[in-house]
Design a protein around this ligand. Structure first.
Ligand code: CA
Length: 238
């Protein structure tokens, strides 16, 4: 995992770097708040360990500025400030966790691992929207502006016509959930529609063809008599 530590106490920063490096993590240390902020902004980390009292830029403003920039990297605040007010402020500004100094390194390690695992699970098991206004799921990306559906591994892409885009977006925001034929018809064509289910099946077959063409690890499964479900294909190949 890629870890950023923003901590101005050199000895503590070194100790943390040693600990996580020995575990095989790639660790970046910043001892100044402004450096920490810029490093977090310009790189992608799995978890950030953030001190509050820092020279250059304090931890709270680093946290709130990152969140304002829609940077959702999990952040654990590690601070000597143990007042409830500070902890609540940290969570309000978008921190995932808060640990007060002095602390046990094993506890910090366990908390960091939980944050990293949660972030991984979110990416693997559900869809999420990234900063470029794309919905991502597994190796698939759907651009909400251009309506381009892309395999992010191979860079193969197709542009979706309007109805197919609406349908794909509906599936991607309801990953792993059963969507009934009625739900889909209503979502795409509205309540007052005489569109038959056959029509819906045609659009689903268009999307399936495109997913196959793109070589995505994703399938639209038919649940007999009930509806459809978008899910990841176990093992990858179709
Ligand atoms: Ca400090």
């Amino acid at each position: 995992m890629k870890l950023l530590i923003v901590e101005d106490e050199y000895r503590l920063a070194d100790m943390l770097k040693d600990w996580f490096t020995k575990k095989g993590d790639k660790v970046t240390v910043c001892v100044n708040g402004m450096d920490g902020y810029n490093t977090a902004k310009e790189n992608k980390f799995d978890v950030i360990i953030l001190d509050l009292m820092l020279p250059g830029k304090d931890g709270f403003s680093i946290l709130s500025d990152l969140r304002k920039n829609k940077d959702n990297t999990p952040i654990l605040i590690l601070s000597a400030r143990d007042e409830l007010e500070d902890k609540l402020k940290g969570f309000k500004f978008g921190a995932e966790d808060y640990l007060t100094k002095p602390f046990h390194i094993e506890e910090l390690d366990a908390r960091v691992s939980v944050l990293a695992k949660k972030a991984r699970d979110k990416i693997e098991n559900g869809s999420y929207q990234n900063d470029d206004n794309c919905i991502r799921f597994a190796n698939l990306s759907l651009d909400k502006n251009s309506h381009i559906l892309k395999n992010v591994d191979s860079e193969l892409s197709v542009a979706l016509p309007s109805k197919e885009y609406t349908l794909m977006e509906y599936f991607l925001t309801n990953v792993n959930q059963l969507l009934s034929k009625d739900q889909i018809t209503t979502y795409i064509w509205g309540y007052d529609t005489d569109v038959s289910y056959n029509n819906e099946e045609v659009y689903i077959s268009f999307l399936r063809k495109k997913l196959r063409y793109l070589g995505c690890d994703i399938t639209i499964e038919t649940i007999r008599g009930s509806g459809y479900r978008l899910r990841k294909i176990n093992g990858g190949a179709i």
